[in-house]
Write a protein that binds this ligand. Structure first.
Ligand code: PLP
Ligand code: LYS
Length: 425
């Protein structure tokens, strides 16, 4: 995906500085080849290897019409969590029968929008959602497929803020017999919802399969109990997302098969030993599909030297276009695109331009002598960058460009000042 010619960094066959020049900075850039490579890995490690499976893209990671069109073409599903994400899918003509709806507080408006579009399934997050969805289905004389998101009470080896399977979590139905089994029974007996099975999502940016495997044990027990108590065999199981990627040399992501193989093996042997038909299995990764495919470009502006302390290089964006360092202490690797292989002689902190002292994108980055006008390229920014962008300090949301071999295409325009204030009276 990356190479260097004449000290210049290239993404696929396009010089990074030529993109900065044409589209301006800050800029989000994606390699379409890399996204497709990730989709292909999901096909070979999961979809083509195991029958009766599907994979949805958790579009919160990078929700754009471009992604919807690409995923549609590649045969993937879409996992949405809001009316806005669903609207993006609808406006991209994404097929309703390949959409699933997650989220811990879907509003009436959102549920109705999804029922009207006829989406494939709802991942019900709590008891009140089930009863509410049933009521809306009766009002509209429609039926809905539902899975239950279970909180499996497992903790993931990742940042606490992105660990989602713990007992004390706002997500999912708690593992409490008095809550869970009446709910399962209600869904099974309902005339308007069709109970498909169970879902978990244990956390994000995971580098080991243990958490998924522990959560699977919880689900297997539920599958068995559901069969024994209600004589009901579930038809679907969704194992969530969470597969980690490489941000810096400190990350050692495992191959997707290392997550999938032990999970599918355990599920298959369990089902065989209990003479249960193995359910349809789905996953919903976000970061894994787009994270490493994206880079961000910035122009270096002021360079501030504090003798015997450190040097700050300020860039023309920051926590508005990448909130992850400020929010999770996320680490990134970067280099100066126009000095890509020159000797590194300066240690910098890369500071954003927002009025917050925590707006530091990278601490302790080694670069070749930096100058105003240099183009800084930050790697692995494809997930939760553009999708978490905000207008703090009234900075504009940057444009997004997709590189396809030696070509490039603008898929999101830079927000204008007028667009930023047009809703204000
Ligand atoms: C329910 C659910 N599914 C899927 C994902 C996607 O996670 P990731 O981007 O780590 O694959 C998330 C986010 O963590 C999530 O909350
Ligand atoms: N936004 C988070 C991940 C959230 C996952 C969604 N449940 C991140 O950037 O790492």
């Amino acid at each position: 995906m990356f190479n260097i010619k004449n000290h210049e960094l290239y993404i696929d066959q396009v010089a990074v500085t030529s993109l900065a020049k044409k589209y301006g900075t800050p800029l989000y850039v994606y390699s379409e080849n890399k996204i497709i490579e990730q989709l292909d890995t999901i096909k070979s490690a999961f979809l083509d290897k195991y029958p009766d499976t599907h994979a949805a893209f958790a579009c919160k990671a990078f929700c754009t019409k471009y992604m919807c069109r690409l995923l549609e073409k590649e045969g993937f599903w879409l996992d949405v969590v809001s009316g806005g994400e669903l609207y993006t899918a609808i406006k991209s003509d994404f097929p309703a029968d390949r959409i699933e709806f997650n989220g811990n507080n879907k509003s009436d408006e959102e549920l109705i929008m999804a029922l009207d579009y006829g989406i494939n399934r709802f991942v019900v997050d709590n008891a009140s959602e089930l009863y509410h969805l049933e009521k809306l289905c009766i009002d509209k004389s429609v039926k809905a497929n539902v899975l239950f998101r279970i909180t499996p009470e497992v903790s993931a080896n990742t940042h606490d803020f992105i660990s989602t399977g713990k007992k004390d979590s706002k997500f999912g139905i708690p593992l409490d017999d008095a809550i869970l089994y009446p709910l399962i029974e209600a869904a099974i007996k309902s005339d308007v919802v069709h109970f498909l099975g169970f879902h978990f999502h244990v956390g994000s940016q995971l580098h080991e399969s243990n958490t998924h495997l522990s959560a699977l044990e919880v689900i297997l027990k539920l599958i068995l109990n559901t069969k024994e108590r209600f004589n009901y065999t579930i038809s679907d199981f969704n194992l969530g997302g969470g597969f980690g990627i490489k941000y810096t040399d400190a990350d050692h992501p495992i191959a997707l098969t290392e997550f999938i193989k032990p999970l599918m093996h355990r599920l298959d042997t369990f089902c065989a030993s209990h003479e249960i038909k193995r359910p349809h299995v789905s996953m919903e990764p976000g970061r894994y599909i787009v994270g490493e495919a994206g880079i961000q470009l910035y122009t270096i502006g002021n360079i501030k030297v504090i003798p015997e302390v450190k040097t700050y290089a300020s860039i023309d964006g920051g926590m508005t276009d990448n909130v992850r360092p400020g929010l999770y202490g996320a680490k990134y690797h970067a280099l100066i695109a126009n000095k890509a292989d020159l000797e590194k002689d300066t240690l910098l902190d890369i500071s954003g331009k927002c009025c917050e002292s925590t707006d530091i994108l990278i601490k302790g980055l080694s670069v070749p002598s930096p100058e105003r006008g240099d183009i800084l390229t930050v790697f692995s920014t494809g997930a939760y960058g553009y999708s978490m962008a905000n207008n703090y300090n009234k900075l504009q949301i940057p444009a997004v460009v997709v590189v396809k071999a030696d070509e490039h295409e603008l898929i999101v325009r830079r927000q204008s000042y007028d667009e930023m204030i047009e809703r204000e009276v």
